[in-house]
Design a protein around this ligand. Structure first.
Ligand SMILES: [Zn+2]
Ligand SMILES: [Zn+2]
Ligand SMILES: [Zn+2]
Ligand SMILES: [Zn+2]
Ligand SMILES: [Zn+2]
Ligand SMILES: [Zn+2]
Length: 348
């Protein structure tokens, strides 16, 4: 029989490990995109972008340490659904992930402060552009005008109307920017360009996460690098990527290796359940049959005994009747004799 132990993680107490898992979540999904042979376009339209709690397209997706993601509001609901409080040692409030049932410590600032899932947020951003919705020109809105946008600059991440996009293409600084019409985004021509232009902003500073701190194993921005990670060894994001992709691939293979045996175990449990049900059915039927046989034997014995008793009683009764008749006749005869003898004494 297989034996499994699925360990539930609760990393939240350790900020660094939490961050680590958070980054892995991003990269694993990227690798999955290449390995599972799902195109970016398919991934964007798949249920991957749907929250399993509300079944809607994610709204502000937040990732839990178990790597499951929910809308920010859904996480808050989950934390109310199952107010699993107090972990005896340090009484941290916990919630239970509805997918993997892991217990997860809620950050001190509340359930809504779980980190954003940047990988999903970026895919959602592409999804938003691919599904037509009225958008306004960012530049015209500086002048208080509300003009419909028709173009997106991938470099500035700004929406533009036709006039502003023309102007954008003429300035020295923005001349080489990739300005693309919404229509072509909707046709799926720019999925990969949009993805490769997406930013990795630092949550603490107004800068990009272009470095990887090898000590803390998290992405950092140039400012982080000079401040809190000053004495740590860090490498450029692009150099860290191949190495960590290899590492993640190893982890992924380990996980994928376990999936078939878990499936086998589930199959085994199912067949065990079926054979248990069959055994129960057979035992019930046997017991029923045995009980019927026993009842039959008892009924037969009872009938036989009743017939026997009845027969004996009848014979006995008949005998008694004969004897009683004979005695009656004898009694009458004696009475006659006595009467005769009395007549003889008085009158003879
Ligand atoms: Zn949701
Ligand atoms: Zn989970
Ligand atoms: Zn405009
Ligand atoms: Zn631009
Ligand atoms: Zn930073
Ligand atoms: Zn560091």
């Amino acid at each position: 029989m297989y034996k499994y132990e699925i360990r539930h993680k609760s990393y939240i107490k350790d900020e660094n490990r939490f961050q680590k898992t958070f980054i892995w979540g991003m990269t694993t999904a990227t690798i999955m995109n290449g390995k599972v042979e799902i195109t970016l376009a398919e991934l964007i339209e798949s249920k991957f972008l749907r929250c399993s709690k509300c079944n809607q397209i994610y709204q502000d997706p937040r990732i839990l340490p178990c790597l499951h993601t929910f809308c920010k509001n859904c996480i808050e609901e989950i934390s109310h659904d199952a107010p699993v409080t107090t972990n005896q040692e340090n009484s941290i409030d916990r919630l239970q992930c509805p997918i993997c049932q892991s217990f997860i410590g809620i950050p001190g600032e509340g359930a809504t402060t779980f980190p954003e899932n940047p990988f999903l947020s970026n895919l959602l951003n592409i999804h938003e552009y691919k599904h037509p919705k009225e958008r306004k020109c960012d530049y015209c809105s500086f002048d208080g005008k509300k003009t419909s946008a028709e173009y997106l600059c991938l470099d500035c991440n700004d929406d533009m109307c036709s006039n502003c996009s023309d102007a954008h293409r003429r300035t020295k600084i923005t001349r080489n920017h990739s300005v693309i019409p919404f229509k072509q985004i909707q046709n799926g021509l720019y999925d990969h360009d949009m993805r490769s232009h997406q930013a990795r902003p630092c949550t603490k500073h107004d800068d990009q996460l272009d470095f990887f701190c090898e000590i803390c194993e998290i992405l950092i921005c140039p400012q982080c690098k000079n401040e809190e990670h000053d004495s740590h060894k860090s490498i450029k994001f692009d150099d860290a990527l191949p190495r960590y992709k290899r590492h993640i691939n190893g982890l992924l293979e380990g996980i994928q290796g376990r999936i078939p045996s878990i499936a086998d175990y589930v199959k085994y449990l199912k067949s065990y359940e079926n054979s248990l049900k069959e055994s129960k059915q057979k035992l019930t039927e046997n017991l029923e049959a045995q009980s019927n046989t026993l009842h039959q034997i008892i009924d037969n014995y009872k009938s036989e005994m009743l017939a026997n008793i009845s027969q004996k009683c009848e014979a006995e009764l008949a005998d008694l009747e004969t004897k009683s008749n004979n005695l009656e006749i004898a009694g009458k005869s004696l009475q006659d004799n006595a009467t005769y003898l009395q007549y003889l004494l008085h009158h003879g």
